[in-house]
Design a protein around this ligand. Structure first.
Ligand code: SF4
Length: 68
């Protein structure tokens, strides 16, 4: 099961991920990105999975990580 998460020590809060995949990424009170609790990669539509991976690859600081 693939898990996507944001390393908040690396995130700069640029907003790109939430713009690309708002159903998966949101911001916490500190303005840093996090993956929505209800988001489960394996249960997401393939469109959303693609957007989530586009955001991962496009994150300017490499803060978005995946775990298998
Ligand atoms: S794209 Fe990367 S740096 Fe920008 S808000 Fe998302 S996780 Fe943070």
């Amino acid at each position: 099961m693939k898990k996507i998460y944001v390393d908040q020590d690396v995130c700069i809060g640029c907003g790109a991920c939430a713009a690309i995949a708002p159903d998966a990424y949101e911001f916490n009170d500190e303005g840093l990105a996090q993956v929505k609790k209800e988001f489960k990669y394996d249960e997401a539509s393939s469109d959303l999975q693609n957007d989530v991976m586009d955001a991962l690859e496009g994150c300017p600081t490499g803060a978005i990580k995946e775990e298998d």
